[in-house]
Design a binder for this molecule. Structure first.
Ligand code: 13P
Length: 252
């Protein structure tokens, strides 16, 4: 029996048409009764309201966002407001995904502002950390993660610490088909947990990077791996169902 609830979180990135979404939920609804783990999805921002409505009807999946602005409100064309997300009843927001860090130049300092603002509005935050291949090969993995944690999670009020979740996503494992081994992931997760100063034992730490139905079980049987942040495999209902099924088994 796991001490912490297993979470299967789909990060749909910039994918899925309305037709694909509809098909996905029809397939997912077939497993409603078996779902014991948490099943969450972060669609593109433009689809959040639609998914909220469908999820409300099917009752088993929570919806989140892939990003939010570091600003409270105002003249920031194209941005996504944390208050707006909270207003919509969104459950969580992913902050600091490696694609945001590398493609959009988001620094740990900027991400800290996003984390604090999202939490201020009551959103659960999945804060992503992870090293590049070059950093792993030069034995920088733990230094990099430590800085991402200490700067990105600075000044979180103790009373909001329960809103924090972490995703360990080694950059070299994202979308490459080359997952970290369960031992590599567990080592990083244990390190991350050891660096958390508040709520460490209860904090959910997800693994992300080429998670598939055929490697999830070996990941989930580790003490510090509480679920997964899934890209490609979360787009297909059949795979996401299989992952949720493994998550449900791990809860028993
Ligand atoms: P893949 O599962 O496609 O490797 O993506 C992982 C990821 O980036 C989830 O946030």
């Amino acid at each position: 029996m796991k001490k912490r609830a297993v979470h299967m979180v789909g990060n749909w990135k910039m994918n899925q048409t309305l037709e694909e979404i509809s098909h996905f939920f029809i397939e997912m609804s077939k497993m409603k009764m078996e779902l014991k783990c948490k099943a969450w999805i972060a669609p593109q921002a433009i689809h959040i309201s639609i998914l909220k409505e469908i999820a409300f009807t099917t009752g088993s999946i929570q919806i989140g966002a892939q990003n939010c602005s570091e600003h409270e409100a105002g003249a920031f064309t194209g941005e996504i407001s944390a208050l707006g997300l909270a207003d919509l009843g969104v459950e969580f927001v992913i902050v600091g995904h490696s694609e945001r860090r590398t493609l959009y130049g988001e620094s740990n300092e900027l991400l800290n502002k996003k984390v604090l603002l999202a939490m201020k509005h009551g959103l659960k935050v999945i804060y992503c950390v992870g090293e590049s291949l070059a950093e792993r090969e030069s034995n920088q993995t733990f230094n990099i993660i430590e800085t991402q944690l200490s700067v990105g999670l600075k000044n979180i009020p103790v009373e909001l610490a329960h809103l924090l979740m972490i995703a360990y996503e080694p950059v070299w494992a994202i979308g490459t088909g080359k997952s970290a081994t369960a031992a590599e992931a567990e080592e990083a997760h244990a390190f991350i947990r050891s660096k958390l100063t508040t709520n460490a034992e209860q904090t959910i730490i997800l693994y992300g990077g080429s998670v598939k139905p055929d490697n999830i079980d070996s990941l989930l049987c580790n003490e510090n791996i509480d679920g997964a942040l899934i890209g490609g495999a979360s787009l297909k209902a059949q795979d996401f169902r299989a992952l949720c099924s493994s998550g449900s088994t791990a809860m028993m």
